[in-house]
Write a protein that binds this ligand. Structure first.
Ligand code: GLN
Length: 196
């Protein structure tokens, strides 16, 4: 199986490493033709405005939208913003997921934090080895967005103790406010592979 990682800006290399640990070929995507034959795509964290500007410059906006209509896409942090339909700013968005987000909702870089999240979906047994573990998921938030509102077809996968949403799924589309590629825990990557 080949899974793409959008490699315009941000921490795409960490996602490729996680995929490799799962025995999956992680392919860096920089041009529309790099999407050919991929079973899914990860959009990494970074700066969503920069990712959007570079995607526009390289003619990737429509090819990414086409890809996401039929194939799984997972956006982490800036990638989740880029997948959303509204981030309350003038920036290029794919608009594939029926979620709205608030950028930098927790404050500045120094306000970054890590927390254990209960994610029931990760405990569901899948064909993939290691899934089904019910331990809290150690989530790293770095100038993270919040998922403010979700449309009717969107399932909330994880929330903070106060109810604010930090992970959601709409069919084959997945958004997380945090960075599963920065810890050794492969469960979210496994979960995403289960959507392919
Ligand atoms: N603050 C970034 C943005 O709004 C996201 C940060 C991240 O991806 N860690 O695009």
């Amino acid at each position: 199986m080949r899974i793409g990682v959008l490699a315009l800006q941000g921490d795409f290399a960490e996602h490729v490493v996680m995929l490799r640990r799962l025995g999956v070929d992680g392919v860096e995507v920089r041009l529309p033709e790099h999407l050919d034959g991929l079973a899914g795509l990860i959009i990494p964290g970074g700066e969503s405005t920069t990712i959007g500007k570079l995607a526009t410059r390289w003619g990737l906006m429509e090819p990414l939208r086409d890809f996401g209509r039929s194939q799984p896409i997972w956006g982490t942090c800036a990638g989740a913003i880029f997948l959303s339909k509204d981030a309350h700013r003038d920036q290029p968005l794919l608009g594939l997921m029926d979620i709205t987000v608030a950028r930098n909702a927790f404050g500045r870089q120094v306000d970054s934090f890590e927390i254990g999240l209960e994610v029931a979906a990760l405990a569901q047994p899948t064909a993939l080895a290691g899934a089904g573990d019910t331990a809290p998921f150690h989530a790293v938030f770095i100038r993270a967005p919040l998922i403010e509102t979700v449309g009717p077809g969107v399932e909330v996968l994880a929330s903070l103790a106060d109810g604010r949403i930090v992970a959601a799924r709409q069919g084959h589309l997945l958004a997380t406010s945090f960075h599963p590629e920065l810890t050794g825990d492969l469960r979210f990557h496994q979960y995403f592979l289960g959507l392919t």
